[in-house]
Ligand binder design. Structure first.
Ligand SMILES: [Zn+2]
Length: 414
């Protein structure tokens, strides 16, 4: 057993703010595993989501996915289009025509997204994926544009492509004399592309028009934060307009068009939630400069790998430490006791389990300078993906242990 690693250091690590102070190892009541979800909100792509869904293939070097929710909406579109298809063809051809309308519609959505993707790539921003889902599609970029001009053009490319498709559809419709089935599909697609193009130009996040507004305000004020806040608040207003406007239109006729009411409610809540997320992410981003490894670090005690866990925990308690570092017999750190693994060991087993058994070996990724802060700190934690990190002084001495969870907790207080 070694003395506490922080002993003799003049700068007491317990001077962390109260909100990040935390129960000692082994007394944890909540069982959540550390997550950097909130950091991802702040730091990853603005439209990031969970599992992408089924892989369709790669187009122009960009992986394309279809979310599982798409199949539901494809079914609904097929059903909704069926009466129009029935007017030009008997069954079962009418169902086939309806389904092909759903497919063509999503092909249009895909081309819209491809517009964003190709423009982003032209500005040197790598595209991670295009995902088609319930409400259309999203293009995930590896990183955001750093200039308002690029951001503006990337956002504009999508709806412009939709309008271009609508114009092409209109031109074909005017110039060619088509049989009833292709004519029906062409007109329906022209109308939907026009709708998608115009709707996406509405100036509020999460719509493309919101990104245009954001870029304009960013250009005028020189601050992307101001742009995001303006566009996100505009997005909330738009969400309310979509809701009230949708209900107004749906109840104007003889009876209430419930499908339109539900659709308006669904769309507006999606917009409201996404706009609110942008506001929240921006507020989280404000806190990034406050993130300093030195302030967040927990006091740690050093124990050798063969120390019984019960004894190591007792030493940590006595030293009011929140973490344990495994050291070799020369006092060099070799591993970190995992909080998660400690919790998995029942109280009565702890005298018979060694501290080394519940530890993870240190690596370059889990050893961080105590002076790391801001986005550098977030990137380091994301890259390692580990729950605990050793903080070291420039001279290599142990400063303490940084738990990813403490960082999460600090960010949660928005
Ligand atoms: Zn778009």
């Amino acid at each position: 057993m070694k003395s506490p690693a922080r002993e003799g250091d003049s700068e007491p690590i317990t001077e962390v703010p109260v909100e990040v102070m935390h129960p000692r190892l082994g007394d944890r009541s909540d069982e959540n595993t550390p997550s950097l979800t909130r950091l991802k909100d702040v730091h990853e792509d603005r439209k990031d989501q969970g599992t992408p869904g089924l892989a369709l293939g790669t187009v122009a070097g960009v992986p394309v996915y279809v979310a599982r929710s798409w199949f539901l909406i494809a079914l609904l579109i097929t059903l909704a289009f069926l009466p129009a298809a029935r007017a030009v063809a008997p069954q079962p051809a009418a169902t086939l025509i309806s389904f092909s309308f759903a497919l063509f519609l999503y092909l249009s959505v895909f081309l819209h997204e491809l517009g964003h993707a190709i423009t982003a790539r032209a500005f040197g921003l790598p595209v991670r994926a295009i995902i088609l889902h319930l409400l259309g599609g999203v293009t995930h970029l590896e990183r955001e544009a750093t200039r308002p001009g690029a951001s503006f053009l990337i956002a504009a490319a999508g709806p412009l492509l939709s309008l271009l498709l609508a114009a092409a559809g209109l031109a074909v419709d005017l110039l060619a004399d088509l049989p009833p089935v292709p004519e029906l599909l062409l007109r329906a697609l022209t109308l939907t592309n026009l709708t998608v193009g115009v709707f996406n130009f509405l100036p509020g996040l999460p719509l493309d028009g919101g990104f245009l507004l954001r870029a304009v305000v960013w250009k005028l004020t020189g601050k992307d934060r101001t742009g995001t806040m303006a566009a996100a608040h505009a997005g909330r207003v738009l969400a309310l307009i979509v809701l009230t406007g949708g209900i107004f239109l749906a109840t104007r006729g003889a009876g209430v068009d419930w499908i339109s009411v539900i659709w308006a409610a669904f769309l507006s809540s999606f917009m409201w939630i996404a706009a609110t997320q942008s506001i929240r992410a921006e507020r989280l981003r404000d806190r990034i400069p406050l993130l300093q490894a030195r302030r967040l670090g927990r006091r740690a005690v050093a124990v050798t790998a063969d120390t019984p866990l019960a004894q190591a925990l007792e030493t940590a308690r006595a030293a009011q430490a929140g973490a344990m570092v495994i050291v070799d017999h020369d006092g060099r750190p070799t591993g970190l006791v995992s909080e998660q693994a400690v919790k998995a060991v029942p109280e009565h087993r702890r005298p018979w389990v060694s501290a080394g058994e519940v530890s993870r070996a240190l690596s370059g990724a889990t050893t961080l300078p105590a002076d790391l802060s801001g986005t550098g700190l977030i990137d380091a934690l994301r890259d390692s993906g580990a729950a605990e990190h050793l903080l070291v002084e420039p001279g290599g001495e142990i400063y303490g242990v940084l738990s990813a969870r403490d960082l999460d907790r600090l960010l949660a207080r928005t």
